[in-house]
Write a protein that binds this ligand. Structure first.
Ligand code: SF4
Length: 344
């Protein structure tokens, strides 16, 4: 069943590739984030935060956080790192934001940096781990090992920080089995949250060159949904929140020709959540040939998950059972994740 815990309200500030020691094979942050104006100025940062505070969706009761994403925050020159933190810190002291989160690389985490970010109320660090398989990390030109990730998680914990881990199924050399092992190792590290971003082939990346030479073969959409659904369930069963599945669609990423290949879908996360839901309700459906037509009753918020993207979920149920789904009805007495099926 899908995780229904509230998601944090995050106001992102993108610092594309800043602090990165090199370019990883799959990464094109400028296209992913649609941001071209560098370096990130004080005016730019304050503009983002002020717009967020004055937007209709801003609610201080949702414990909002300011996030620096898209680069290696703890790999920035020290002065630049402090400049970014000092620029946003007044919004923390005024009580408008609960804290700051940053994304970084596992090999850019050390005592000096963590002491500094703790001083400015950084509460969460998201590590771009991508894989816990050293061969996959080498082929993806990450420049760090799975041991670096394990060491970084331990150090972040020592500083009392919440830990997020970003994982990328479908990288060069990866497979469903290897990704399963990656998630087993991640579960052992007990992060607070995980993001799942299946690898896409984005124009201008090393991965695009490997793909064009026929050396790299990305996951198909169905495979990526299956891998993410299985592993999302495993993580959530162990109490680890999966806060994002699939990349956000930024305007420049959606420009024609920017995504060359790979399991891109505008509603990828929803496809995965719907696949998870359908795995859960499969034992509650009648066997094939047992019914001619059925009504399904479910918890109201589950109805879009049953229907699936463009009604694909209904077709799946009809194929599984051989019965026509006559209607799907909301029923308050039904627990989330469960259904009642009536023959009609
Ligand atoms: S994946 Fe992370 S470390 Fe690698 S280039 Fe992109 S932002 Fe930098």
């Amino acid at each position: 069943m899908s995780d229904r815990r509230p998601r944090p309200l995050i106001v992102p500030i993108f610092i594309p590739h800043l602090g990165c020691p090199h370019r990883c094979v799959f990464c094109e942050q400028k296209r992913i984030t649609s941001q071209k104006d560098l370096p990130v100025s004080e005016e730019h940062i304050i503009g983002i935060i002020e717009r967020a505070i004055h937007s209709a969706g801003f609610d201080p009761n949702r414990n909002p956080e300011i996030a620096f994403y898209g680069g290696t925050f703890t790999g920035l020159p020290f002065d630049q790192m402090l400049f970014l933190l000092e620029t946003v810190f007044p919004y923390i002291t005024k009580g408008l934001f609960r804290g700051i989160r940053v994304s970084t690389r596992p090999d850019a985490v050390n005592d000096e940096r963590l002491k500094a970010i703790r001083h400015y109320n950084v509460s969460t660090v998201e590590l771009g781990a991508q894989s816990m398989d050293d061969q996959v990390l080498t082929l993806s030109e990450r420049g760090h090992s799975s041991d670096d990730t394990a060491r970084a998680v331990r150090l972040l914990r020592q500083y009392g920080l919440s830990v997020g881990i970003q994982l990328m199924p479908g990288l060069p050399g990866d497979s469903a089995d290897k990704f399963h092992s990656t998630v087993t190792k991640v579960i052992d590290l007990k992060p607070d949250m995980v993001r799942l971003y299946p690898a896409l082939v984005i124009k201008g990346t090393g991965l695009a060159r490997l793909y064009e030479k026929g050396i790299y073969h990305p996951l198909g959409l169905g495979q990526a949904v299956e891998i993410c659904a299985d592993n999302c369930l495993r993580l959530e069963d162990m109490g680890i929140q999966v806060i994002r599945i699939g990349l956000m669609s930024s305007p420049s990423l959606l420009e024609e020709g920017q995504i060359i290949a790979g399991p891109w879908h505008p509603a990828f996360g929803f496809l995965v959540r719907s696949a998870i839901y359908h795995k859960g309700i499969a034992p509650m459906l009648p066997g094939r040939g047992q019914s001619k037509s059925i009504r399904i009753m479910a918890y109201k918020l589950d109805i879009p998950l049953i229907r699936g993207y463009k009604n694909q979920g209904v077709k799946l149920i009809e194929n599984r059972t051989g019965a026509k789904v006559v209607n799907i009805q909301a029923e308050d007495s039904i627990t989330p994740g469960r259904i009642k099926v009536v023959n009609i």
